[in-house]
Design a protein around this ligand. Structure first.
Ligand code: AVI
Length: 321
């Protein structure tokens, strides 16, 4: 074999996807890449920071108002509680406890693409609530939702944590429309949405003084180095994020600190960065109650009730299909 020819493996799906974002005029990396093992650990730390209010606000709603949420469900036969993107389930546990205490007949179906996440959640839930009927599903939301719809039981779908806010408006509507199509008439959706508030409170939640959110974003460069076999130097980038109270959007970025070239061995390609050039890493949208109403409406739902925390920072909005 000719020693000058190095064998290159076909680029992975992730490498192709990341290359697309880094090759456009306004560079971006999709926010799903934030969640590798280290990123997921940093996100756990973010959720424990006092500045990151959404977790506490939603926990308060589910701890204090589960009774009212259960009353509003008004399902008259056994039903499913389906959690989309289940996470650690600590907030959901509040609602499940209330349902069990009221002797409601239901099955909890957490859905996640990660088998590991589902295994951990199942173990924790069974320890905390041994009487809970749990039937987890591993896979993508839509094929799992189709399976659930075919069971013919009423379902409450949970999409908590303001995950919807990470989708640009158009993509959020596409996702909600898909949810709607996969649900049966009378099924309900409890969707967590972060509300517009004092802009300073929001800015602080995403630009925290501990530097954890910065580390969460900078870790994307490690991810890029792995996926693209690239040589991004973390010291040559900074983190910047900005809340715009007019659009309700927090936008997070990595900033190139100088003119630089980064090489990807996986793609045998250079990426050029100008000094101050941005890589957009995340959108976290904040809503008004009117916008929530409009989004439900546009996607075939109606709002039954909004459950807010005492500071009115966050809404768990109950929609019916
Ligand atoms: C997962 N998601 C709802 C979080 C948010 O608030 O947008 C991710 C996050 N990014 C920075 N802090 C938290």
């Amino acid at each position: 074999m000719n020693a000058n020819i190095t064998q290159r493996l076909a680029p992975t799906e992730a490498a192709i996807d990341l290359d697309l974002g880094l090759s456009t005029k306004n560079k971006y990396v999709a926010s799903k890449y934030l969640y590798d093992d280290h990123g997921s650990m940093l996100f756990q730390q973010i959720m424990h920071m006092p500045e990151y209010y959404p977790t506490d606000a939603e926990f308060e709603i589910l701890a204090m108002q589960s009774g009212q949420i259960v009353d509003a469900l008004a399902f008259d036969k056994p039903f499913n509680i389906v959690e989309l993107g289940a996470g650690d389930g600590i907030k959901t546990r509040q609602l499940l406890k209330t349902l069990l205490a009221g002797n409601k007949e239901f099955t909890y179906i957490p859905v996640d693409i990660s088998a590991q996440a589902i295994d951990d959640l199942k173990r924790n839930m069974q320890e905390a609530l041994p009487q809970l009927k749990i039937a987890p599903l591993v896979g993508d939301y839509f094929s799992m939702m189709d399976q659930i719809a075919a069971m013919g039981l009423p379902s409450l779908f949970l999409f908590l944590g303001s995950n919807i806010g990470n989708y640009p408006d158009k993509a959020a509507n596409v996702l909600l429309m898909h949810f709607n199509e996969a649900m049966n008439p009378g099924d309900k959706l409890l969707i967590g949405m972060d509300l517009q508030k004092n802009p300073g409170t929001i800015q602080l939640a995403y630009d925290d003084p501990h530097g954890i959110t910065k580390a969460f974003n900078m870790n994307l460069l490690n991810r890029l180095n792995r996926e693209l076999e690239a040589n991004f130097q973390l010291s040559q980038f900074d983190f910047y994020c900005h809340y715009d109270p007019v659009s309700g959007e927090v936008r997070s970025y990595l900033v190139s600190l100088k003119d630089q070239k980064v090489y990807s061995q996986a793609l045998d390609k250079y990426y050029n960065f100008k000094a101050h050039e941005l890589i957009w890493t995340e959108l976290s949208k904040k809503y008004t109650l009117t916008q929530i109403e409009d989004m439900a409406d546009q996607n075939g739902f109606s709002v039954e009730k909004n459950f807010l925390d005492c500071k009115h920072y966050f809404a768990d909005s109950l929609w019916v299909r």
